[in-house]
Each structure stands twice: as structure tokens, then as C-alpha cells.
Write a protein of this length. Structure first.
Length: 202
């Protein structure tokens, strides 16, 4: 199902909800009764402390950061990665989206090791060198929550990962969530991770 609205930076357009066209949420939930779960971090993996001034951890995502609000990416601050950190990756993922594979809302990678925060709305004006991949809404950059109306509130997990390498430079704005996850496991080593949760339903 699609709904039409205007979101700053995108103009008037058809906004994809977290559901394939023509499918009903209930049908998909029956087809995929076990929702995806957030990444389970190894017990020995170093932890990053991730905070935000945009909403409290586990709290409701406010209107400015949702797709039919202002579509503003949240402010984020994280602790410095361990020795050997060469870059950071920021992702936002909804495991509750009734697609069977979740929904990527934000992919930002090759964040330099000296950067440990992103301002609110940074996605619209990301510093040079930081790459934003292609989320499942078909947008390179942040795209806020847009769950199907009537669904229970979805979980939106923001994860910051410290890597021992940069993602190879031939991977740019068309990089999908699945490809980024593959590159993080095969082209680099995750040294530490931190996670922050937001909730949203309509």
C-alpha cells in the first residue's frame, strides 16, 4: 500500500509503507509468524555507549523523525571505539515490518574514527566522505518510520558498529542493507557495537 504526502527534501511523492504493494499486513504476519529479532551481539564484543537527544532509549519516536512528519534523522552520540577502529557504521532497522526480512531505514558508513556524533538532520547534509546507502524506501539517506496503520508499534533499532577497516570505496549510495551487512562481515571486522531503540506505530 502507498500513501501520498510531501516530506521535506523529497517533495510530493508516493511514500512506501513498510509493506509490499497489494499485501495486507495481517496476511504477511500470518505468513511470517516469527518476527525478526535484532542482532545478537557476541558476549565478548566490546560495547559502545549510544545516546540521543531526539528521544529516550526505548521511547516513542517523535513526529519530526517519522516519514509523514519532517523525516529528520536523529541526533546520535557514541563512545569512542577500541584501538584499531578505522570507521563507524550507523544503521536503523525495523524487524517488525511485515516483509519477512525487515526494513532498512538508514545506512551510513565510512564514518571516520574521529567522528563520534551526528547532529540531528545530519542525513541531509552528511560530511564529505561519509556514504549513505540505499534503504528499503528507495532513498539514499535517512527515511523515517512509516508502519502500516493499525499495526502494533514497531521496534526501530539504531546500531553503531566500529570496524577495523573502511568499506571498500567502490560501494556507494546504491549499497543495500543486505550488501552492507555482507561487507561488514567479509571485508572488515566488527570491533564494538552499541544499540538504541525507538518505537512507533500509527
Amino acid at each position: 500500500m502507498f500513501e501520498t504526502l510531501g516530506a521535506p527534501g523529497f517533495g510530493s511523492r508516493s511514500l512506501p509503507q513498510e509493506r509490499p504493494p497489494g499485501e495486507k499486513s495481517a496476511d504477511l504476519m500470518n505468513a511470517y509468524p516469527t518476527p525478526l529479532v535484532p542482532p545478537i551481539f557476541p558476549a565478548d564484543l566490546a560495547k559502545l555507549t549510544l545516546t540521543s537527544t531526539s528521544w529516550p532509549d526505548g521511547g516513542i519516536i517523535p513526529a519530526p523523525s517519522v516519514a509523514d512528519g519532517n523525516n529528520i534523522s536523529p541526533q546520535l552520540t557514541w563512545s569512542k571505539g577500541p584501538a584499531g577502529t578505522a570507521s563507524y557504521v550507523v544503521t536503523m532497522f525495523d524487524p517488525d515490518a511485515p516483509t519477512g526480512v525487515g526494513w532498512w531505514h538508514w545506512l551510513a558508513f565510512n564514518i571516520p574514527p574521529g567522528v563520534t556524533s551526528l547532529d540531528q538532520d545530519a542525513s541531509r547534509n552528511m560530511p564529505s566522505g561519509i556514504v549513505q546507502g540505499l534503504g528499503d524506501a528507495g532513498v539514499s539517506g535517512y527515511f523515517g518510520p512509516a508502519p502500516p496503520p493499525g499495526d502494533k508499534p514497531h521496534h526501530y533499532y539504531i546500531t553503531v558498529s566500529a570496524l577495523d577497516k573502511m568499506i571498500p570505496p567502490n560501494h556507494g549510495a546504491s549499497t543495500s542493507g543486505a550488501l552492507l551487512a555482507f561487507l561488514m562481515s567479509k571485508e572488515a571486522k566488527v570491533l564494538a557495537r552499541g544499540q538504541y531503540l525507538g518505537m512507533y506505530g500509527r
